[in-house]
Design a protein around this ligand. Sequence first.
Ligand code: CP
Length: 315
Amino acid sequence: MPLISLTQKDLLGIEDLTPEEIKLILDTAEMLKEISRREIKKVPTLRGKTIVTFFFESSTRTRTSFDIAAKRLSADTFSLTGSSSSLTKGETLLDTARNLEAMNPDLIIIRHPASGAPHFVAERIKPGVINAGDGMHEHPTQALLDMLTVRDRFGRLDGLKLAIVGDLFHSRVARSNIMGFSKMGAKVMVAGPPSLVPPFIQHLGAEVAPTMEEAISGADVIMMLRVQNERLQGAFFPSVREYAVFYGLDRKKLALAKENALVMHPGPINRGVEISPDVADGPQSVIMDQVTNGVAVRMAVLLLLIGGRAGEKAN
Ligand code: CP
């Protein structure tokens, strides 16, 4: 029997999801996309629910799309950042979360620079917690919107070859995508500067290619990763120029992939470093589709966690 609902209170990682649960989220997102194309982009599904976004790191896409998703489902939203909260006065993360809990929200969406921070909070409070990116660990809704974007184009995920290239060491996007695409039957190959390819990456389900060219040859999808300047302490590669030559995606390297291969990037982009502008804005790029799908996937996750059965009230 197909799944009709998520049973867990939190969404903390792709690691915790079964292929059936991933499919349920993607199918629900597909159904909800239509709401964003209406003249009045709003349904009453989550009326009376309260959702708090609590971001300790900067964000353009994730924070905005969670906010838009919640509003399209008529939830009340409240936004807090690390710098605007009493954390700056010395309050702990847990005390902050418990104070938010005392106001009876239904969901708290957390982005935090420490891996495991949303898990720590989720174990200790009653409202559901969504991980919007924790340190170098996971970014589950990014992987879900990436899977939706690829499934939209190919009609499936199984049997596809996905190449993920770049700063694998610091990338929570890579970790969630390797697990997600592997669970859904895709083959994942990764490549990056040796100093940025952690040994455990193979245990997540990826095959490590010796060069970028080998990783992307014959690929259906190329996912470029951002060079995470804010997390790069020390020299992981000799120079940005060298990085761009060996691990940047340009038109010449793109020609090694399949003719209709998709080019993806979670954003924000370092233009001319991990991806050339003509490829980022070119006909094979689905980078803006990823952003659009972020709203639908986050609507789906909110609905499935706090809205009852999938689609039951989405009208
Ligand atoms: N992809 C992503 O997480 O982007 P933001 O940091 O802008 O949210």
